[in-house]
Design a protein around this ligand. Structure first.
Ligand code: NAP
Ligand code: ZN
Length: 346
């Protein structure tokens, strides 16, 4: 077995603490990654607190992983020792169902394996990126360009692909007006991709304090949704709204902001179901849809797009010991705009 150390939650009630554990040996198609940085996704918080379902503990969170290849199995063809490598939200799937064959392994019919809080094919728990290493099948490992700042690349592996994928699917481009709800980890990447695709981008935020940052990130407009006067100025304005909010919220504040035939794309994962009145859909032929991360081909495409267009996340690099104060800031919406753990501090 491979010896590993990381930060783990031993249960849903207590803080994360240092923990030593083992990972599987390097199989023929596996890559051993020496983890350098791991982004902190709001999903980590949902998971360690059992907010969606009872978790598998001890739990080592983290699914925005970047590092350097330290060893490869005998049949690995994609990577060699010393390559930069990234891992996102999934580490395995069946690789033969319709979804896997279509490059949407995140929806694997036989049950894809998430990077943490899941059991691997050997029946043992898999552990995430708040740790010094990982052993992952090469199919779920991505090439990372050395043109980009490595720490700031980590959030692309989840926040990046989760926002890139639906904007691509719905063909957001020049001439479209896109609104992004929530300027956090996902939201700020949604802004960057929307701008890169040529759309006119508005941030819909609860935080007046983020106005200047939003414009620096490339957004064209900023609306504080607590301010009814400002909200009134964007009624029937947008072709697309990308909702990235982690907390329960009423989407009926935002649906009237869609133009006729507009599309509301939800990627946030609050606990309570979204309430969508039939009238709000019928009036204006509106579409409400969702999106779940992205498969392996599209994730590599997104990383290559970012390398070509010099897109990375705006990050605050943190010491792993500060993970709880970072979670607390995240809960208050005070993320600018992704915490990334420097694994040298482990
Ligand atoms: P985050 O960094 O905490 O950002 C969420 C943002 O939502 C906050 O910064 C805040 O921005 C806004 N917000 C917070 N409370 C709000 C409220 N009550 N009403 C309206 N806006 C509020 O979180 P994240 O890491 O981006 O993740 C966002 C959500 O996406 C999480 O639920 C996560 O689990 C989910 N997720 C989904 C997928 C997927 O595949 N669909 C993938 C990854 C993550 P303002 O200050 O600007 O209002
Ligand atoms: Zn995530």
């Amino acid at each position: 077995m491979i010896q590993a150390k990381g930060y783990a939650a031993q249960d849903a009630e207590n803080d994360l603490n240092p923990w030593n554990f083992e990972r599987r040996n390097i199989g023929a198609h596996d890559v051993l990654i020496d983890i350098k940085y791991c982004g902190v996704c709001h999903t980590d918080l949902h998971m360690i607190k059992n907010e969606w379902f009872p978790g598998i503990f001890p739990m080592v969170p983290g699914h925005e992983i970047v590092g350097v290849v330290a060893a490869v199995g005998s049949h690995v063809s994609k990577f060699k020792i010393g390559d930069l490598a990234g891992v996102g939200v999934m580490v395995d799937s069946c690789r033969h169902c319709e979804e896997c064959n279509n490059g949407q392994e995140q929806f694997c019919s036989e049950g894809g394996i998430q990077t943490y809080n899941n059991l691997g094919k050997d029946g043992l728990p898999v552990y995430g990126g708040y740790s010094n290493n990982n052993v992952v099948h090469e199919h779920y490992v991505y090439h990372i360009s050395n043109k980009l700042d490595l720490a700031a690349t980590a959030p692309l592996l989840c926040a990046g692909i989760t926002t890139y994928s639906p904007l691509r699917k719905w063909g957001v481009k020049k001439g479209h007006k896109l609104a992004v709800v929530g300027l956090g980890g996902l939201g700020h990447m949604g802004v960057k991709f929307g701008v890169a695709f040529g759309a006119e981008v508005t941030v819909l935020s609860t935080s007046e304090s983020k106005r200047e940052d939003a414009l620096k990130l490339g957004a064209h407009h900023f609306v504080v949704t607590k301010n009814a006067d400002e909200v009134a100025t964007v009624v029937k304005s947008f072709d697309f709204i990308l909702d990235t909010v982690a907390a329960d919220h009423d989407i009926n504040l935002y649906l009237p902001m869609l133009k006729t035939n507009g599309t509301y794309i939800n990627v946030g994962m609050p606990l309570e179901p979204l309430q969508v009145p039939a009238f709000a859909l019928a009036s204006g032929n509106k579409t409400v849809t969702g999106s779940g991360v992205g498969g392996t081909p599209e994730t590599q495409e997104m990383l290559d797009f970012c390398a070509e267009h010099n897109i990375v996340s705006d990050i605050e690099l943190i010491d792993i010991k500060d993970i709880h104060s970072s979670y607390n800031r995240m809960l208050k919406g005070d993320v600018r705009y992704r915490f990334v753990i420097d694994m040298a501090t482990l």
